[in-house]
Every structure is written in C-alpha cells, then in structure tokens.
Design a protein around this ligand. Structure first.
Ligand SMILES: [Zn+2]
Length: 395
C-alpha cells in the first residue's frame, strides 16, 4: 500500500467545530485517536482529538476550543462504531472530559490479538503487517501541549486515524471469516465499565513502592495514608508521587504516631510537606492504628507449589501452546501462568477457581480441554500423520 495522501482540517474555532460535527453526523464509523499528557497531572490532559469519518480527517484542538460538547455528542452517538487502536487510554481520557464512555467501540489491537498478530501489537507494527507501510514514530513523544503544533506533528496525528480505516476494514473481514466477531465483543466488554478508570482507593496502598515489606497494623496505616494521598493528588490534580513520596508514606507507616519533630527527621519527605500536613497526617495514622485486626489488609501468602502441580502446569501449558498454534492466536491471550498454576493445583471434587480461561470463548477453545486433561479424560499424543502433538478424547 502506498502512503496515503495526508490531508486534514485543523479545527480550532467554534464554528468550524460545529460544521465538522454536523458533517460527520451521518458517518456510521468514526476512527478516533487522542493525544494527551499525564506526566504532570493526576488526570490526563487532552492535547488533540483526531477524528476520521466519511473520508475526511479532522484535528480538533482542545486548547483552543472552549467547549468540546458538540464533539462528545458526536462521538457518543450509540449508532456509530468508534474505532481506536489500544482504546483503553483514549477511553479513559474521553471519559474524564465527557463523563461517558464511548459505545460501541472496535479496538484494532484487541481484534489483531484474536487473529494471530500477537497479544499487544503496536500501531506501527500492525500497519506494517496489514498494510505494508512504515509509519514514522518520531513524534510520538513530542510535546503535544505546545502551540502551534508543527506540520510534522499534525501529519503524524492525522496518520494515526487515516491508517486506522484500512486496518479496521481488513480486521473486520478476518474476524468474520474466522467467526470471531463475538469474541471481540466479549474481550471489549469490560472497557464499558467506568469502574476500571476509577482507582479503588481502598487498594491504593498497593501502588506504594515497597508496600510488600509491611504487614498487619502497619499495612493498615499505609492503607489510610495512601487513601489520603490519593485524595490530595486528585484535589491538586498532580501525580501521586509529587503530592507525597512513596518513601515518605512507608516511613510514616513504620512509626507509631510520630510527633512533628520526629517526622521532620524522616527521609524522603520534604520539611515543607511535613509542616503543611503534620496535623492531618497524625489523624490519618491514628485512624490506621485504630483499625480492628479483622480489617487489616489481607496479605497473600505464597505457597510453593508441589512437584505434581508444577508438572501438571507444564502439561497444561503444552496443551495451551498447541491450541494457540492450531487456532492462530497468542498463547498469552488464552491464559497466564498464574492461572495455569491455579488450575494445576485444583483437585477433582473441589470448587474450580473462577478464571477467565474457564469462561466464554476461552472455555470452548482451551478451558474445557484443560479440565478434561486433568481428569484423565483427554490425552496428548503425537499424530503420526502430521508428526505434531494432538489432543485425543479418551473413549
Ligand atoms: Zn496518536
């Protein structure tokens, strides 16, 4: 495929936006990408929204347009399929700005993973595979909040949606041919739940570097401190670690209700931060210390698996690789090693753990075979005609 003729409309005025949105209203598919930064803030900062529809490419400039509502209304039409590549972060960004998650979507990265292109293929490698084009990646880390954007940045941004169209067209055909459209819906389903974009504040302590070294009451204190920091970072819209350091939180969790003087001696916390927050920090720590033992965060104990479990896991992995090969799909997509270990540790008669590989399309593809293999009802053998391993159901 030859490089496309890169043409776009740069939209930085209200009336242009209204016109563009009314023109795009009749499109049944929109190809969307966003550029945003989040290094210096808690929430993503939108820098550009690229939309392709009816053969026209538009670059919407959120730094110049005061109210993007007409654009969000367009995107949120339920009758329109929204195509993204690796949608999750784009969705998170759109959700933050418009308070709604686009529906329905088509994620080319997820579709590609169901068709043998690897589990998390990037936009450029997929362009290479499907369209035989080389996309330059020079601008991917450039400053998208700078104005004016350079010609090179705008071209790059436009390409992100221009090539999305032919990729989508190929992938949808392949999915239909392989009868995997329903799998795609299953895979994307979780992206429509706003919960996945909201931090579970009770679990925020698990983001603190070094939390594994604490347990019991100290972990209960860290949980309260991390919860407090989450709120602080959110209110100030700054990255968590800039709001308060991980090291500082760990230090505070280790000490029992320190005084201001003691806190000032801790490493990894600025004196300014301590002076500003010492009162509230003492309250937060006291709350953690008062936590009932039964409510302390549970620590996951890791048991060394038995030799039998390890061997069964190896056998399951072989089955998994064989099925992945037969079905032209990434092994990683079928099950991870942790889940395999859990299945390998399962004993007949016990309740089976609730794992993704034992549900939906995965169950049909591998889950069922894994269970019957463990029950001795299925075996692996070499097929003498193909000389490849084969799955055989015992009579
Ligand atoms: Zn992009």
């Amino acid at each position: 495929m030859h490089p496309l003729n890169i043409q776009y409309h740069y939209i930085d005025q209200e009336d242009q936006m209204l016109l563009a949105c009314s023109q795009l209203k009749t499109a049944s598919v929109l190809y969307i990408d966003t550029e945003f930064h989040r290094e210096s803030s808690y929430y993503p900062k939108l820098a550009l929204v690229q939309v392709l529809g009816l053969g026209q490419c538009y670059l919407f400039d959120p730094l110049q347009l005061e109210d993007l509502q007409p654009l969000w209304d367009l995107i949120h039409q339920p009758s329109v399929v929204k195509v993204f590549h690796a949608a999750r972060q784009d969705l998170e960004c759109i959700f933050h700005y418009s308070h709604k998650i686009p529906y329905p979507i088509f994620d080319t990265q997820v579709a590609a993973s169901l068709l043998g292109y690897g589990s998390q293929i990037g936009f450029s490698p997929l362009g290479q595979c499907l369209l035989d084009i080389t996309l330059n990646k020079e601008e991917s880390y450039s400053d998208w909040l700078m104005r004016p954007l350079t010609e090179s940045q705008k071209n790059y941004a436009a390409c992100d949606v221009l090539y999305l169209e032919p990729m989508y067209q190929q992938l949808i055909l392949q999915l239909e041919k392989e009868d995997r459209v329903a799998w795609l819906h299953e895979e994307q389903d979780h992206l429509y739940h706003p919960d996945i974009f909201q931090v579970d504040s009770k679990q925020a302590f698990q983001r603190v570097k070094g939390f594994q070294k604490l347990k019991g009451q100290r972990l209960a204190v860290l949980r309260e401190l991390a919860l407090w920091r989450e709120g602080l970072a959110r209110d100030k819209n700054m990255p968590r670690r800039r709001a308060f350091s991980d090291e500082g939180l760990i230090q505070l969790s280790r000490s029992k209700l320190p005084t201001l003087e003691q806190m000032l001696r801790f490493r990894g916390i600025s004196a300014g931060h301590i002076k500003k927050h010492s009162e509230v920090l003492r309250e937060v720590i006291a709350k953690g210390l008062a936590c009932e033992k039964s409510d302390w965060p549970a620590v996951l104990h890791y048991h060394t698996p038995s030799r039998g479990t390890v061997l069964r896991q190896e056998l399951l992995l072989t089955l998994l690789k064989l099925r992945a090969y037969q079905e032209n799909i990434a092994v990683e997509l079928l099950a991870n090693k942790k889940d395999l270990m859990a299945i390998a540790a399962w004993k007949s008669g016990e309740e089976m753990p609730d794992l993704p590989c034992l549900q939906g399309w995965r169950k049909k593809l591998v889950g069922h075979d894994m269970l019957t293999l463990l029950e001795g009802k299925t075996c692996l053998e070499i097929d003498m005609e193909t000389t490849l391993p084969n799955i055989r159901k015992n009579a």
